[in-house]
Write a protein that binds this ligand. Structure first.
Ligand code: ASP
Length: 330
């Protein structure tokens, strides 16, 4: 369908991912990456058949890659593109088609650098564009509807008819359609056909960084705790030149005794350590032991997102205490 002059205009930035992937046939739902075939923005819009249906869509090709290959340089460029588009009075909102593997990281990174009054909606799909009962069509349609809604401003993830904040959303299953959730907190809204329903207000943070900082992030690693973890990973990260380490600790936010020792040594060398939790939901608060060890409490920010925030803080030149304040002010 052609563009319809009475409708709003939404930009669609394609980065690749399963939502753009072409399998060998409709039953190719698991190993479609093997064919390495992904369509561009215009072809995706064409195949889904939504041009001019409820918004005019401006296709923008950014990448045609698997989202595991996204880099911090891509984030910087993506943020730049979003800022330019948000300045265009003809654009009501932006949809970013993205692989689901790292979608929550890109959403979080963008939310930390974009201070925008228009919706920037990330979406993807769990089944390839050509798969049986693919969610690519429904997710793209819902994302375009959300991107046309003037009540939304900032970065959100719209998938499986739900609207999630970039802070809370997480991929929780390798394969199922309902893989994206905001554990414990839930989505902030829903899409039922054309209706965009905002169910609750969101916890908003004023934390913002210049998007150019994303181009030059220092090394920050994640140490995943498990029984028997002996701190060798932490020492290896230090040896590799990490400026920061996020501890993906046990439930409340703590590592094994051997990891605690390795972390104390890292802190003594000037490395900034944030304590997060491998539960990926819930709050990590200041414990007596962590305060004494000068470990920063990661709040409700899971390890992969804490890593991005810590890297941005270090890129900005914040001291350990200023970074502590940033995490506390979220
Ligand atoms: N391989 C895909 C990606 O680009 C996974 C997906 O999109 O669901 O992340």
């Amino acid at each position: 369908m052609a563009q319809n002059p009475t409708l709003t205009q939404v930009a669609f930035i394609a980065t690749g991912g399963t939502i753009a992937s072409i399998g060998t046939d409709q039953f190719d739902l698991l190993d479609y990456n093997a064919s390495n075939k992904r369509v561009d923005a215009a072809e995706l819009i064409e195949r889904v058949g939504i041009q001019g249906e409820f918004a005019n869509i401006r296709p923008i090709n950014f990448r045609q890659i698997d989202s595991t290959a996204i880099t911090n340089h891509d984030w910087a460029e993506l943020a730049e593109a979003c800022l330019k588009l948000c300045d265009d009075p003809g654009i009501a909102g932006i949809v970013i088609g993205h692989g689901t593997a790292s979608l929550e990281e890109t959403a979080w990174a963008l939310s930390l650098v974009l201070s925008v009054k228009k919706p920037v909606i990330l979406t993807g799909s769990m089944r390839p564009l050509t798969g049986i009962s693919t969610d690519a069509h429904a997710n793209l349609a819902a994302a375009v509807r959300a991107a046309s809604d003037p009540r939304l401003a900032g970065v959100y993830v719209v998938i499986n008819d739900e609207i999630h904040t970039s802070r809370s959303v997480s991929k929780t299953h390798t394969l199922r359609l309902g893989a994206f959730q905001s554990p414990w907190i839930g989505p902030i809204g829903y899409l039922d056909g054309p209706n965009v329903r905002l169910a609750r207000s969101e916890q908003r943070s004023a934390l913002r960084f210049n998007h150019r900082l994303l181009k030059d992030l220092p090394r920050v690693d994640i140490a995943y705790s498990h029984i028997g973890a002996d701190g060798v990973g932490i020492r290896a990260f230090v040896a590799a030149g990490a400026r920061g380490i996020v501890s993906a600790g046990f439930g409340p936010g703590m590592g094994t005794p051997a990891e605690s020792l390795a972390i104390r040594n890292a802190v003594a060398e000037g490395i900034v350590v944030v304590q997060s939790s491998r539960t990926n939901s819930g709050l990590v608060v200041d414990s007596k032991e962590n305060i004494e060890a000068r470990i920063i409490a990661g709040s409700d920010i899971g390890p992969v997102k804490a890593r991005i925030l810590l890297a941005l803080c270090l890129a900005k030149g914040y001291s350990r205490d200023e970074i502590d304040q940033q995490f506390k002010s979220l």
